[in-house]
Design a binder for this molecule. Structure first.
Ligand code: FES
Length: 154
């Protein structure tokens, strides 16, 4: 790691999310951390953290199902069924090449659409470090005050 990266890492703020036991039990927690609302998920032995509002139109990802597509674990937005990989925040979709017969859909990536964050566990406590990489990432739009203010009223 370069000294610039050391400085950047040191400046990132880490937030306490909760006790590991409680998050494992509840499977999902939504927290306001710093300037973002983040969904922390425990799924099949792993923790994930992702902006809670869907990049497409602000849908409530904490109400989405978790499914594997093309071997990748995704959350499926309850509003229009967009699929987002939990580990990377990639938008996945299926496409068909009409020149190839028989027609066969294949999974493709739209790239990173949803901002994901880093979860760490220490002494049975779960912490979140916000991903402050330069954006914009599409989901950033729904982290504005307008949408954050309305979130907990739904
Ligand atoms: Fe999530 Fe449309 S708002 S798929």
């Amino acid at each position: 790691m370069s000294s610039d990266e050391d400085v950047a890492a040191a400046s990132r703020q880490t937030y306490f999310i909760g006790k590991k036991e409680n998050i494992v039990q509840s499977r999902r927690v939504v927290k306001s951390v710093g300037v973002r609302d983040v969904l922390v998920i425990y799924h099949q032995g792993d923790f994930y953290a992702i902006d809670v509002r869907c990049y497409h139109s602000g849908g409530p990802l904490h109400q989405g199902d978790i499914e594997d597509f093309d071997g990748r674990t995704c959350i499926v937005c309850p509003w229009h069924k967009y699929k987002i990989t939990l580990a990377e925040g990639e938008g996945l979709y299926q496409a068909v090449d009409p020149s190839v017969k028989p027609l066969k859909p294949t999974w493709c990536s739209k790239g990173i659409k949803q901002r994901v964050h880093t979860v760490t566990v220490s002494n049975e406590d779960v912490f979140l470090t916000l991903n402050d990489s330069p954006g914009p990432i599409d989901s950033d739009y729904y982290q504005t005050e307008k949408y954050r203010t309305n979130f907990f009223k739904e």
